[in-house]
Structures are given as structure tokens and as C-alpha cells.
Design a protein around this ligand. Structure first.
Ligand SMILES: Cc1cc2nc3c(=O)[nH]c(=O)nc-3n(C[C@H](O)[C@H](O)[C@H](O)COP(=O)(O)OP(=O)(O)OC[C@H]3O[C@@H](n4cnc5c(N)ncnc54)[C@H](O)[C@@H]3O)c2cc1C
Length: 300
């Protein structure tokens, strides 16, 4: 790994850190040490790194804001790449945006709303980067990434290729990026003129107010823990097994929203996984439903 670090620094490809943990890079603040964190300063430099790195045997993990990630307590023996230090976040011409993977989607929602464009208001409450949001097909309040994404430039085993929206197999919190392990390098979005002046910003304010009321956003968490099974809400099933507020050490089912598991300070991924296991078991027993975890589990 010293060699990898040297390659990045000698070629000025960005920043590297050796003393970090997944607690530093995830919103739930759980997880073990990371061997090397690489923050590229441009997409071209990331591609130079990738060309060099892909033949090595170390694992690679891309992290956004880590707002949907639970990492194990074990040390991660490879490189975690964060695009949050790229020189450019996005470009905009009118309602068209070309965004880079480290760009916060909240920023897009606000900037576009201020410029008089709508349909992206749902993004304002999602603590995601563009890369993580495209990968997860993030969505809220009736909107999803798939509704505003035109195309994306992705890196896969065959190299860099541009995919149109229809080629990305989007469905509820799923995308082709997940099934094929593709890395998002760039995403083109199209917004629409807002219905009346100021309506996009007004809707953002309403959605955010409602979110603060219904979700434990002030706590350490990683968004909804389980997918909603077809025609049901995961939070209702968890509520009905009596698990609202239930705790395993410092891991707890949020008393505010039963599909959010929170870290009350010092929870381990082991605590989290025990709580997840118990919920799945009880929900299966009582409703014969298999809850599927929405979180991305890393290094288990
Ligand atoms: C308080 C709170 C509220 C939330 N509300 C919502 C909500 O309303 N709707 C919703 O959909 N989600 C919600 N989430 C979950 C989370 O914000 C989303 O899943 C989001 O898309 C994750 O984005 P991220 O950039 O943090 O990605 P991460 O969590 O860092 O990563 C998620 C996955 O994306 C991959 N990834 C990241 N960047 C790239 C890239 N450039 N190329 C390829 N893969 C990449 C990672 O490897 C990982 O597999 C919430 C989370 C929190 C903490």
C-alpha cells in the first residue's frame, strides 16, 4: 500500500490519508479502520489512479457521504475513494446540469430552485452525493433520481461508457450501477421550469419541515434501514412487532421513525447487525415477510 500512496502523491493525483476509519466517512459513525483513503482532485486523475490500481489485489470502495453505508468493525484492507475533493461540483446551462460524483444533491436542489427550476425539490432532504444518489436511485416525496437523470458516464470493467437513462435499469432504490459495480463519474440532469415564481423553494421548505418532524435527522443514522416490501411500509411492520425504541447496547430503533436505526454514541456494527437480525426474525415470524436491508454493508 505504501507503493499505492507513493503513486498518488508522486503523480499529484489528489490527497491520501492513512489514519481514518469508517466512523469518519459515514453518517452513522460506525466501522473499522481504513488502510488508505484517496480523494482525487479530478476525474482524469482518478482514472489514472484506477488504471494503476485495478491490477492490484486490494479491494476498492467508493464512498459518497456514507449516508447509506454500514461498515463492519474489522479493518478494511484496501482503498476507499471519496470524490468530495474534486475541483468542480457541477456546470449548469439553464435547466441542464452536468454534475460530478462528489457534488451534494442538496446543493443542486437549492441552486436550481433559486434559478427558477423545479422537479428536483425532493433532493433537498437527501444527504447524498451525486454518485451515491445515482447508484441508489435515491428518492423521496414522489421523486426519484431516475425522473431527472438524462444520462451518466460510468466506469466499469470494459472502461468508461455513457449510458442513457433507459439503459440504467432503475427501480426502487436499485440501478445497474449496483448489479454491475459501475462507478459514476459524471451525471447529466434535466430540471423543469417551476410552476410559478418561488414555488420550488417553497416546496423545499415544506418538505424539509416535514422531514424534521418525522425523521431522526438530528441523530447518527444511515437513512431507512429496510426496503419497504411491496404494498407495505417497513416502519409499520417494525412498529407492530413492538420494536420502536428497542435497543441493543448503543444501537436503537428510532423512537421517532421505526425504519431508522440510530447510533446513540459508541454503537458497533456488531450491535447494529444484531438489531437488524432480531427485527428480520420477528417480522418473518409474525408476518411471514422477509425484510431486505437497504443499507450497503461493507467489509462483512
Ligand atoms: C437522515 C437521512 C435521510 C435519508 N433520506 C433518504 C431519502 O429520503 N431517500 C433516499 O433514497 N435515501 C435517503 N437516505 C439514504 C442515503 O442518503 C441515500 O441512499 C444516498 O443515495 C446515499 O448517498 P451517498 O452519496 O451518501 O452514498 P454512500 O452512502 O456513501 O454510498 C452508497 C452506495 O453508493 C455507492 N457510491 C457512492 N458514490 C458512488 C459513485 N461515484 N459511483 C458508484 N457508486 C457510488 C457506494 O459505494 C455505496 O455502495 C437518507 C440517509 C440519511 C442519513
Amino acid at each position: 500500500m505504501t507503493e499505492v500512496k507513493k503513486f498518488i502523491l508522486d503523480n499529484r493525483l489528489g490527497k491520501v490519508f492513512e489514519d481514518k476509519t469508517f466512523r469518519d466517512y459515514t453518517t452513522i459513525k460506525v466501522g473499522g479502520r481504513i488502510r488508505l483513503v484517496y480523494m482525487p482532485n479530478s476525474i482524469d486523475n482518478f482514472l489514472r489512479f484506477y488504471e494503476y490500481f485495478r491490477t492490484r489485489e486490494f479491494p476498492l470502495f467508493i464512498i459518497g457521504f456514507g449516508s447509506n453505508v454500514l461498515a463492519s468493525d474489522r479493518d478494511f484492507p484496501g482503498v476507499v475513494v471519496s470524490f468530495r475533493d474534486l475541483d468542480v461540483l457541477y456546470f449548469r446551462i439553464g435547466n441542464r446540469v452536468k454534475a460530478y460524483p462528489g457534488c451534494p444533491v442538496v446543493r443542486l436542489a437549492y441552486d436550481l430552485a433559486r434559478a427558477g427550476y423545479g422537479v428536483g425539490e425532493f433532493l433537498a432532504g437527501i444527504p447524498a452525493t451525486v454518485g451515491g444518489a445515482v447508484y441508489m436511485n435515491a428518492g423521496a416525496n414522489g421523486g426519484e433520481i431516475k425522473d431527472i437523470l438524462v444520462r451518466a458516464r460510468l466506469l466499469g470493467s470494459a472502461g468508461v461508457k455513457t449510458y442513457e437513462n433507459a439503459e440504467l435499469d432503475f427501480s426502487y432504490r436499485k440501478s445497474r450501477l449496483q448489479s454491475e459495480g459501475l462507478i459514476c463519474l459524471e451525471a447529466d440532469f434535466e430540471f423543469e421550469p417551476e410552476a410559478e415564481p418561488g414555488s420550488a423553494l417553497k416546496r423545499i421548505a415544506e418538505l424539509k419541515k416535514n422531514r424534521r418532524k418525522t425523521q431522526p435527522i438530528e441523530k447518527l443514522c444511515a437513512g431507512c434501514t429496510f426496503h419497504n416490501p411491496p404494498g407495505m411500509y417497513a416502519w409499520q411492520l417494525i412498529d407492530r412487532i413492538g420494536f420502536r425504541g428497542y435497543q441493543v447496547n448503543k444501537a436503537q430503533v428510532s423512537p421517532k421513525h421505526a425504519n431508522f436505526l440510530i447510533n446513540n454514541g459508541g454503537a458497533t456494527s456488531d450491535d447494529m447487525m444484531k438489531l437488524i437480525g432480531l427485527i428480520k426474525e420477528k417480522v418473518k415470524e409474525r408476518f411471514n415477510v422477509d425484510l431486505e436491508c437497504e443499507w450497503v454493508l461493507v467489509n462483512f
